[in-house]
Design a protein around this ligand. Sequence first.
Ligand code: ROI
Length: 176
Amino acid sequence: MRLKNQDYPHLSYIGLGSNLAQPMQQIERALQALAQLPQTKLCQYSSLYHSPPLANMPQPDYINAVAKLQTALSPWELLQQLQQIENQQGRMREERWGARTLDLDILLYDNQEFTDSHLTLPHPAMLQRAFVLYPLYECCPNLLFPNGITLADTLTFCSAGDLTRIDYAINIDTTA
Ligand code: ROI
């Protein structure tokens, strides 16, 4: 059965990152997997971006992107689904700040602000990360954070630095 728009009442933005095992393909596969999630619609996704690692240990550069979802899943159900996709793409529970085949983070879920043992919303580090904010801006230039601050204002304090947009076309149906 095809679901209608009102059957996906929640809006969520997901950050994607990879710096191992053909990162561009990892991100493309992950976007395809997001498009297949139950009770969820992939509405939009950003270009791919190349970024140097933000890390305290040597590791390859990253490919990053952001996806916009509408979903009926709760934040915890969504988190579980994202972890399943990470695992399917060979992610090990690696060290903090270490290289990774695929990282999927819930950046925002509606205007929810909370912390529990599984999840903090909005994602606590996103406001300082150009590799999150610039692709997010591509998906939603008018975005307002739950605290009322605009994404556009936040970007004025966050230099793009060495972040570069990649000319690589991904074709996933976002109308289904
Ligand atoms: N650095 C970049 N550039 N992109 C990421 O997605 C990323 N993810 C991480 C850490 C290790 C913080 N560094 C990153 O988890």
